[in-house]
Write a protein that binds this ligand. Structure first.
Ligand code: ZN
Length: 474
């Protein structure tokens, strides 16, 4: 059987999720391994997902009034050392250029792991008066963080992302922007990735190197582990002081600005795969799917079949649907399996009998169910179904996350609950207890809940200052 043959190419999602992930990303041609260990090649099918993510997110940034710019890949080594926590945090994973043009460089150059330093330097040049503020820019680029263990999309030495950087006159404005961008990410995750997330402030231990406060959005993957899917940071005046981002205020006094930054990366592709995928392979949310609808002709050599398929393809294209007609000479069964594995949200089957009766058969990848609809007005049926699929994917993932958040009062309860779940528990705020949880249960504090209603610390039993979501994380 063609189908069994196909499914057997992917490891079982329930018993070997890591291998399932690797099989899926490689076999659906999202990605391949680069010649340098830890690097990845994003192939056209994967890159098209990234382009859809970019387009959707960029439209939101533009609407919020953020401007795009581009800053250099190479950063003087001395910049990295200007903010003490920043250099300490990033030193172990920076790649450094020491030679160029056949000679040793006077000052080594860092391949950007993130751009707070170089953007801080430029903002220091550009900001003079209160009239120059706020400055709100974003760049789409690659960054490099040398990683020892790597996995496509989740952790690679080089990855693509956006990084937004803003400077404001007032602390409250920068803090507000930090929360606004977190809310923007959450809405984007829901609407475009069909992915529910938990958002909240990170603990001191988990915050960005050099930030005053970091906020994160965490998504629950198929195996119940957490994937940090985006972060926003309030820097206070740390980077402004390190890079001389000063302005003359209305009253004539010289003040330091307040900065913040935010980013999401190609990691989001990994998040989509591990949130929605099933035993057959990928399930792509319609808003980011490179192919939203595939048309598979049945008995395509019969007179009129291909013509009808092409006419339908043209109609859907005109309606703005990303549609592909698979008129290759593979069997329909082979095509079904191929496009199911590749996660195409909707499949249309059209054969002589359908054409004769004025119907078409639609297969939904999210439910794996078939339904018949009239051939006339197919554009409307498709648009409605794509919308339904998006909603269903979100609700399904949201239900899973809700059902898999469990409470714990003690370390033992936390350990018993954390396998496949997020554990919501009290925390006294002490680093020692956070470290103990990591050691005892291999779980980390993902984010602190905005609602604090727990009484005692899950570790030491003292009064809880925060309510935290603990989980094992990618
Ligand atoms: Zn404690």
């Amino acid at each position: 059987m063609a189908k069994d043959h196909f499914v057997s190419q992917i490891a079982d999602i329930e018993t070997d999720f890591p291998q399932w992930y690797t099989d899926v990303v490689v076999k659906t041609k999202l990605v391949d391994y680069g010649p340098v260990k830890g690097t990845m090649v994003i192939r056209p099918y994967g890159y098209a997902i990234w382009e859809n993510i970019q387009r959707e997110l960029d439209a939101r940034f533009q609407a919020a009034g953020v401007e795009n710019a581009y800053f250099p890949l190479l950063i003087p080594m001395s910049f990295m050392t200007k903010e003490a926590e920043h250099v300490e945090g990033f030193a172990p994973e920076v790649a450094v250029v020491t030679h160029a043009g056949g000679a040793k460089l006077e000052e080594p150059l860092v391949v950007r792991p993130t751009s707070e330093t170089v953007i801080g330097h430029m903002y220091g040049k550009w900001v003079e008066s209160w009239r120059d503020l706020p400055l709100r820019m974003n760049q789409w680029c690659n960054v490099m963080r040398w990683e020892k263990t790597t996995r496509p999309f989740l952790r690679t030495s080089e990855f693509l992302w956006q990084e937004g950087h803003s400077v404001f006159a007032e602390a409250a404005e920068a803090e507000e922007e930090t929360l606004n961008m977190l809310a923007l990410y959450k809405e984007f995750a829901k609407t475009v990735l069909c992915m529910p997330v938990l958002t909240g402030r990170k603990t001191e231990k988990e915050k960005f190197a050099g930030a005053v406060a970091t906020y994160g959005m965490e998504a629950m993957m198929h195996d119940g582990k957490s994937l940090q899917s985006g972060t926003t940071h309030f820097m206070g005046q740390n980077f402004a002081k390190a890079f001389g981002v000063q302005f003359t205020d209305k009253d004539g006094t010289l003040k330091y600005g307040y900065t913040m930054s935010y980013g999401v990366s190609t990691r989001l592709i990994g998040a989509i795969i591990m949130t929605h995928g099933d035993a057959r392979g990928l399930i792509l949310p319609p808003p980011v799917a490179p192919v939203q609808v595939v048309i598979v002709p049945i008995a395509q050599k019969k007179e009129g079949v291909l013509e009808a398929c092409k006419a339908l393809e043209g109609k859907l294209k005109a309606a703005g649907v990303r549609v592909r007609l698979d008129d290759s000479d593979n069997s329909p069964g082979w095509k079904f399996n191929e496009w199911e594995m590749k996660g195409v949200p909707l499949r249309i089957e059209l054969g002589p009998r359908d054409i004769e009766s004025g119907k078409l058969t639609l297969f939904r990848r999210d439910t794996c169910e078939k339904e018949e609809r009239p051939l006339a007005g197919a554009e409307e049926s498709v648009a409605n179904l794509l919308h339904e699929i998006s909603e269903h994917l979100y609700l399904k993932a949201e239900k899973r996350m809700r059902e898999r958040i469990v409470p714990a009062n003690t370390l033992e309860e936390l350990l018993a609950g954390v396998d496949g779940n997020f554990v919501r528990a009290g925390w006294c705020g002490e680093r020692a207890c956070e470290d103990r949880v990591k050691e005892f249960a291999q779980a980390t504090a993902r984010v602190m809940d905005g609602v604090h209603d727990t009484k005692t610390c899950v570790c030491c039993g003292k009064p809880a200052k925060h309510t935290v979501f603990f989980a094992r994380a990618y």
